[in-house]
Design a protein around this ligand. Sequence first.
Ligand code: ADP
Length: 494
Amino acid sequence: MNGQNKRARRPTLVGPAPLLDRVLALASPYNSSLLLLIVFLVVIVVGLFVVRDLHSTNVEAQKMYAGSVLGLHRIGELQYQAQETRRSTFYALTTNDSNLQLEYADQSREADRRVNEGIGEYLRQVHMPHEIEVGKRLQRDWSDYLSVRNEVLASILEGSTKEAVNLDLKGGVPSFERVRQDLEEIKRLYDQQASEQLANVAATSRRTIFRLIGVLGITLTLASTSVWAIQRSKMLGTIQLAKLQMEFVASVSHELRTPLTVISSAADNIADGLVGGKDQVKRYGLAIRNQCRQITELVNQILLFAATKDRKNRYILRPLQVSQIMDSVRDNTAELVEGAGFVVEQRIESGLPWVMGDLSALSQCLQNLIVNAVKYSGESRWIGIRAFLHDSGEQSGKEISISVEDRGMGIDRLEMPHIFEPFYRGAAVSAAQIHGTGLGLSLAKNIAEAMGGTLSVVSELAVGSVFTLRLPMVEKQELEMASVNSEGDPTIRK
Ligand code: ADP
């Protein structure tokens, strides 16, 4: 009959999984949000590069416009005004009308003023040594030409046209030719500058296009990877749940078959008259009773779980004293604890306030913890139960803590987040073939939360575990109201 605590070996849930699946499983609670956050951050970073590129293309284009295009425009204007200066001098040379000669001389001086202004502006704009050098040369050549031009104009106005023509041919033509060449050189410089800047703009635009393609590619890849990872983790979750449920069915069948076999063979022995004597009959009776209790316990757990899942569970909350709960738990677990030879060290603070709860649900919750302590204690035969007032550290003030401690096998750190999940069973306990359905802690936690409390665990492998149920204490007014109502219905239904 000892075999009732053993069951057939079945595959453990925490098996070697591919690295990716493990990572996904670890990150599963945050999976989708984490992946989307990463995608978002990557897109933002690459997007910032693209914006920077676009900005520099824009700046480059502006520079090109301000530097080369406007410069070329200014040089065109300068060439025109220089030609105008020369043309007006020519017109003055080719007429005999003194009024017209005066007018043309004025026109020539007006144009030369504009040329001087243009050269000054050019020199203010340029920074490169070569550009400055050409600018200064132009300034020099232009002033050389102007001094010849002034002499030419003076001769014309004095009426010596022939002398003016000679002066112009000798000094004016070559010096104007030098001015023309200077202007051509400046134009070439601007042309060169414009083509370099155009090449820069083209290169930056190309880079921006590549980066944009990159952003789209990365976004697409990351988005598809995220969707794939999320789908995969969901699928893994579903497979895991299906696996857990299959194991649960196998486990329950096994849990039922073992006591049924014991009952059936005991009944056969009695029916076949193989059991004689009062003592033997009593022993058989006790065995049948124990097995029946075990089956009832199992069926109750499953029904309770199903009711919790369907939200059909109705708890009847009423003010309870902690000692009431502890008495009920002790009565229900005494046989198991004593039968397994455990020492229970119980410390309940005196004068503890009342709690609001459902007596049978709360004792079921603590029973599950004690049954686990018995199952998972290994060689140790000690259970510590404590009940004390505890400062919750929140606005709600104080709460009552009931802890169940054992010095057993403890729980692996990686399994801690899963032990309260329905159907979950630890790898070590599965490997050790310790019986169970994986529902006890899930039920206990549901009950704790339905009573407005919490259930938590602190555990270390090979050292032991402490499960703590925390319940809010009942305020004095609530207690008074409950006692006033107690002539009617002292309970709250949840
Ligand atoms: P079951 O005990 O039927 O496996 P539970 O929901 O009660 O299911 O517990 C889930 C798992 O938590 C157990 O399989 C075991 O791995 C771990 N566990 C629970 N209580 C203890 C404990 N006191 N000591 C060590 N492990 C525990």
